[in-house]
Design a protein around this ligand. Sequence first.
Ligand code: F0G
Length: 482
Amino acid sequence: MANIKFFTGMDIPLELHKVRMVQKLNLQPIERRAEAVAEAGNNTFLLKNKDIFLDMLTDSGVNGMSDRQTAAMLICDDSYAGSASFDRLEAKVHELFGTDFLLPAHQGRACENILAVAFVKPGDVVPMNFHFTTTKAHITRLGGTVAELVKDEGVKTTSDDPFKGDIDLDKLRKFIAETGVERIPFLRIEAGTNLIGGQPLSLQNMRDVCGICREHGIMTVLDASLLQDNLYFIKAREAACRDMSIREITRAVADEFDIIYFSARKFGFARGGCIAIHDRKHFEAMRELVPMYEGFLTYGGMSVREMEAITVGLDETMDEDVISQGPIFIEFMTKELIKRGVPVVTPAGGLGCHLNAREFLPHIDDHEYPAGALAAAVYLAGGIRGMERGTLSEQREPDGTEPIAEVELLRLAMPRRVFTMSQVLYAVDRISWLFENRELVGGLRWVEEPSSLRFFFGRLAPTSDWQEKLVKKFRADFGSSL
Ligand code: F0G
């Protein structure tokens, strides 16, 4: 993104790329959107792309690729073993992280499976700033649990703390003393903490946390899936790092950790997964699991085309103009919504703009899923697909009780280099309209509730005729507009 002052006083981000390949979108009329959301059981995961205008479900595997990435995909080396495409990827990861070993996997959660199978045993506890759904699932499946040590500010939806993803060092010391190192297989830090609104950690916090772990001989693991946003925030928000290049910050981060894994659906702007390792003994502890679960050691379930795209994508990630696009668009959208009184998570993080559903819809009980209802309503209002990140995404306890999520958010992800400024402004417009009419929105109840991963497959229905009322109000306010 370019830091441009406009003669006309406009205050908008300016993209430093041009779009050279496009995909046609459909904006269905609201009556069709009402049918589509009912067909999808009010679950945005079950909507079809043909009914979606702005797909803000996720930034995973859907980022805009560059001309250089697409070109690299044509000169890949298609061999089962010893592919030159893997060698190029391995060399790039070594260049950026300084790690000596690389294990490939088909995506981020596959890396998590390998790490968990190699290191977690029943009774273990894995400390982390905050869990991610798939990370936690792999650890608990093997009889372990997770301990969240993010600082208290992290779960406050509004704040001016620039690094809400930081680990609380006192909580960490207390946790180690109480748990005992033998039950701690590793500590995990998630850069750009996903579930609390894409919030970054400071380099200083990573150094302090890893320092404490080294004192106790605890292995450290970085989930770098959202590192690109976090790198940008370290440079933009951490005074001591202002004069460092993105490459230098990347290396300083990587030097702290024993193992770094990432979903290349996010980090690398393509599709795949990697585990980068400093120490041979950690590499050997995981190596045999790759051919067992993923594929041979020189592809690990990834296509060679994707490996080439990741290699170029990682290189482009070192360019501040490239990685700033996501956070700056998100900050723009967040500020525009704040101007109109819409409750959002602050400060703006990476990944997407996060609406605070509990404040947006205070009249909806937590057991009627404010964030799920908001996801359905935002789709109705504008054909915009977001992702519920709240109680619906939690799992029931074995006795059937439903844990209420700490934060109840609707995530509107901003895949990088995908949306235009007018599309972002359209989203702001429709969300602002919905906010004005928020009292019309009602809750949701289960129609089909699967016992696990209910947010992926479950089906819900509105608790009243609120969706019909919202459609009527839309027509009254917008006439025949789409
Ligand atoms: N770690 C983090 C921090 C993630 O955000 C994700 C995926 C994963 C691991 C798993 O990687 O999808 O390649 O298997 N996040 C996606 C999202 C699904 O929409 O936020 P994966």
